[in-house]
Ligand binder design. Structure first.
Ligand code: HEM
Ligand code: HEM
Length: 252
């Protein structure tokens, strides 16, 4: 199935030689998937990204400082929340397994709860800064939407067959958009369900929204599982895609 074979812009003029060699053996560039015409139009509205072919492009900022700072603060907060959450879980498992002691945080239930309730402030304040700035700067709208099911399928297929272009790190493919938006939503669900099981008496309405205390615990756990699943794929991709890790650290 050719993907956007007729769209010559599917591969930008600045695509590196590495990509071209990856595409060799195929009919030209036609099967290397980049992004759609409408996405191109949106990207041109992004003033941090010069026109394709511009020499300034290589030095353009891919991730502004606020994205990088909130990203890495979130990594620290998430590791603390996941580690302590696993120790809390072990005190009263929902499923027939526990997490190995070596990868949990806090030592025992009370210690883990202290870690969980301390790191949650870091997680929530940092997350609010990221989400508010993401909305008001228009970054979310530029980078994370729209997500079209057809493009997700085509990009997932291209990714699995090694034909997905990663030449322009400032543009997210449809699978990335879906995963980033999904993990942001999972973050909102885990915070709300966490607050529901933290203050189930004072915030009965919120707890009831999740179907009661026990259901909220399951929601909280499943959101954790989704975030950890995302994290595994995300870190592998960050290590595999050249320069992506550098970009989220230095911005370029
Ligand atoms: C505002 C944010 C959060 C609040 C207020 C919160 C609150 C809580 C509370 C009160 C518990 C104890 C439930 C119980 O006693 O059974 C808990 C458990 C847990 N939390 Fe959080 N949490 C938050 C965020 C997170 C995050 C970000 C993660 C991981 C990504 C996480 C993972 C867990 C896990 C795995 C458990 C154990 C699940 C269980 O057995 O019930 N939490 N959380
Ligand atoms: C050691 C762990 C991590 C590494 C090495 C890492 C690496 C990266 C890299 C390289 C990017 C650049 C974007 C790209 O090219 O795709 C990125 C973006 C992103 N990461 Fe992570 N990440 C880590 C942990 C996390 C965690 C725990 C979360 C959330 C639960 C997360 C959520 C995101 C999101 C939402 C973006 C997109 C940000 C935006 O464009 O606004 N990452 N990460």
């Amino acid at each position: 199935m050719t993907i956007e074979a007729t769209q010559s812009h599917a591969l930008t003029p600045t695509a590196p030689a590495a990509l071209a060699s990856k595409a060799s053996g195929q009919r030209g560039n036609s099967e290397v998937r980049a992004h759609s015409a409408s996405e191109d139009a949106r990207e041109r509205a992004d003033d941090t990204r010069p026109e394709p072919g511009s020499s300034a492009r290589a030095g353009a900022v891919i991730h502004p400082a606020w994205v990088r700072v909130t990203h890495w603060v979130n990594v620290v907060a998430m590791v603390l929340m996941i580690g302590s959450g696993w120790e809390i879980y072990n005190a009263s498992p929902l499923f027939p397994f526990v997490f190995p002691r070596g990868i949990t945080l806090g030592g025992w239930l009370a210690g883990a709860l202290l870690w969980h309730f301390a790191a949650m402030w870091l997680l929530v304040v940092n997350g609010l800064v990221y989400v508010v700035l993401g909305i008001v700067t228009g970054r979310f709208q530029r980078k994370l939407v729209p997500i079209r099911p057809g493009e997700v399928l085509a990009d997932a297929k291209a990714a699995l067959t090694g034909k997905l272009a990663h030449d322009d790190l400032s543009v997210y493919n449809a699978v990335q958009k879906l995963l980033y938006l999904g993990v942001i939503l999972a973050g909102i669900v885990i915070v709300l369900s966490g607050i529901a099981i933290w203050k189930p008496v004072q915030l009965q309405e919120l707890t009831a929204l999740f179907g009661g205390y026990d259901a909220a615990r399951y929601v909280h756990f499943l959101a954790m599982a989704a975030i950890v699943g995302f994290l595994v794929v995300h870190v592998v991709m960050a290590l595999l895609v050249p320069k992506s890790l550098r970009a989220i650290i230095t911005g370029r």
